[in-house]
Design a protein around this ligand. Structure first.
Ligand code: BF8
Length: 628
């Protein structure tokens, strides 16, 4: 490739200047990345893209001719609707399981901390602990914090397999929304149960009714959003503090030229937050200096990065597509991962440089990495050991191969639901008044990932800019928030890009027009925000002038998020087509039929500008119905 071709290719792959710079380096050095692997996989299987192949049993794999013909049934007799709906439920359940199992680990650490076994953990947000305990009917007056925490942790853990047939946190939804769930039979009964039942229904010879399968998909997603994910958010807040606004920096320029760089990547804050605490140890700093470094530089990646940014202001190196690029700067001594969204080939990338990759979860091992098992009872020791090994790796850095971009971008983050409410004076009334007056037209949650089908971050940034221009407030989580952070939209000055009404509110409050609400499990914060606004207005979530979008999603978790948004009443536009186009029945139900249930539906639109049109039209429809 000529220099010019390399430049053009980098611009085709990513939006951010620092990402482009390092993509050029990978192309120069011949280091393989996600974009190369995607190109090598072309053309991808057309049957797979339509969702019409099934590999569930040993009579298969089967693939259905979506246009009828002789192969319109699998060997087991399943038709295209069953196969497409079953595949979707399968994907969604994997996503719900990932979120909820992450949640379970946080609750378990809360329990162990309360029992005095969690090494180095403590309960940081006692007020939130009391609030949740009250929701669960746990006595708080005159009781020790640890006793309350123990009862709460046990109460939440019990809901993973509860026989009481209800999840306490789902009670936070407005009455009108819960009534819809009850009437339709999609009120989640317990967290694990819905996922296990999904697996049962997918087995050959069980559920062959696509409507029934999709309704269960909705129920399973609700058990994630209002159950497992919400438990993860709430208990992480109790252990590490509820986020409040703070400023920090983002993009690949957050890596340091002269300090030991440790990238904290994955999803669960349990170990990474401990590494943040332990890195303060002066002894470790002294060790780093002995090795010729000026100290230790911790940076976050993906949702672990979001968790650390939200609570501790740790700089955020990037999103899903930045994990290889961070290593390719040649300046990363250690990448520490737990689970989810970690390329299985990451040790191969690391092998091109001096980077050591540490896996830490018994359920997320990757061969070619250094495995340091994290357990709550040895959390501090594990964190210490990993940092030490990273420091020892510093002299192996090859200065000739290091390239760190200049100029990190400033970001403001930390917008938990509680913080937003406090900023408004303790009630949503000012926001509701602004929405009623039309100063702010509505609110959209943009969430989700990167996907090589679209230029990195282009969908997130373009959509967010277009919405704020139209006076629609944007809230974000996950890699979407990182994309907009890198693009300079998460600072109060970005109000200059917003429409007059939204800009005036942002300037008054000193907040950005795009609010960073956290990691992907923190989409639960968006649910609580919507629920509380709906309750103040005396309506259901489906009546609110709000929407959701996942312009660049790739993950099964995003399917679960999108589905619990729609099931809760939030119209949601997907930028990447889900694998359901082989069944017009499944497609019609999700894009239209479901409206009759939740007053919301899915739409698919790859163009972010047209996505903004769809969301604005939906907001206007709901405003009209509310007479505002
Ligand atoms: O949970 S947005 S690429 S990092 S799946 Fe993954 Fe998608 Fe990023 Fe976080 Ni969420």
């Amino acid at each position: 490739m000529t220099d010019q071709e390399i430049r053009a290719e980098a611009e085709r792959r990513a939006s951010d200047r620092t990402d482009q710079e390092i993509i050029r380096k990978t192309l120069d050095e011949g280091v393989q990345t996600v974009w190369d692997r995607f190109a090598l996989q072309q053309p991808q299987c057309g049957f797979g893209q339509l969702g019409v192949c099934c590999n569930n049993c040993a009579m298969g794999p089967c693939r259905i001719d979506p246009f009828g013909g002789k192969t319109s049934l699998g060997v087991c007799g399943a038709n295209v609707d069953t196969i497409v709906a079953r595949n979707l439920l399968d994907d969604l359940s994997v996503g719900a399981a990932a979120h909820s199992d992450h949640g379970r680990e946080v609750v378990q650490v809360l329990l162990e901390t309360a029992e005095g076994h969690g090494q180095g953990y403590q309960i940081k947000d006692v007020e939130k602990l009391h609030r949740l305990a009250t929701e669960y009917g746990i006595q708080t007056d005159g009781r020790a914090t640890n006793d309350i925490a123990k009862d709460l942790a046990l109460g939440i853990l019990e809901e993973y397999g509860t026989i009481k047939n209800r999840i306490q946190l789902a009670e936070r939804a407005p009455e009108q929304t819960k009534e819809i769930w009850r009437k339709t039979g999609i009120m989640p009964r317990s967290i694990d149960r819905e996922i296990v039942e999904a697996m049962h229904r997918i087995h050959m010879g069980v559920d062959a009714d696509y409507v029934n399968l999709l309704l269960h998909a909705m129920r399973t997603s609700l058990s994630d959003g209002w159950g497992g994910s919400m438990a993860a958010t709430e208990c992480s807040d109790i252990l590490f503090g509820t986020p409040t606004p703070l400023t920090s920096i983002t993009n690949l320029a957050t890596l340091s030229r002269d300090r030991v760089n440790i990238v904290l990547h994955g999803h669960n804050p349990l170990l990474s937050q401990m590494i943040v605490n332990v890195a303060e140890d002066p002894e470790l700093k002294r060790m780093a200096e002995e090795k010729g470094a000026k100290g230790i530089n911790l940076v976050g990646m993906c949702c672990t990065g979001n968790e650390l940014l939200m609570r501790s202001g740790i700089p955020l190196a990037g999103s899903f597509f930045d994990q290889e690029l961070a290593i390719a700067t040649g300046a990363v001594e250690a990448m520490v991962v737990d689970y989810q969204c970690i390329y299985h080939s990451i040790p191969l990338t690391a092998g091109c440089y001096h980077t050591k990759v540490f896996t830490t979860s018994t359920k997320g091992k990757i061969s070619g990495t250094i495995y340091k098992e994290f357990k709550p009872e040895n959390a501090r020791d594990t964190a210490h050991e990993i940092i030490k090994l990273a420091i020892e790796n510093f002299p192996n850095r090859n200065p000739d191969r290091v390239r760190i971009p200049e100029r990190p971008m400033k970001v403001m983050a930390g917008f938990s639901e509680e913080t937003i409410r406090k900023a408004l004076g303790g009630t949503y009334k000012p926001l509701i008044d602004a929405i009623v007056a039309g100063t702010i037209r509505g609110c959209v949650g943009i969430v989700g990932c990167n996907n090589p089908r679209i230029k990195q971050d282009y969908g997130h940034i373009t959509l967010a800019k277009e919405l704020i221009k139209r006076n629609i407030l944007v809230v974000e989580t996950g890699c979407s928030a990182i994309a907009c952070g890198k693009a300079g939209l998460l600072v109060p000055e970005a109000a200059d890009l917003a429409g007059e009404g939204l800009a005036s509110v942002c300037r008054l409050l000193g907040i950005p027009p795009v609010l960073h609400m956290g990691s992907c499990v923190d989409c639960s914060r968006i649910l609580v925000l919507a629920a509380n606004i709906a309750k103040e207005l005396g309506v259901g979530i489906g009546d609110l002038p709000i929407g959701g979008a996942a312009p660049e999603w790739y993950s099964q978790k995003a399917i679960s998020i999108g589905t619990y948004f729609v099931s809760s009443g939030v119209y949601t536009v997907l930028g990447i087509p889900p694998k359901i186009f082989g069944s017009s029945n499944v497609l019609n139900l999700l894009a239209d039929g479901v409206k009759g249930i939740t007053n919301s539906a899915f739409a698919v639109e790859p163009d972010p500008l047209k996505t903004a049109d769809l969301l604005e039209a939906e907001i206007n429809r709901k405003r009209k119905a509310l007479n505002i």
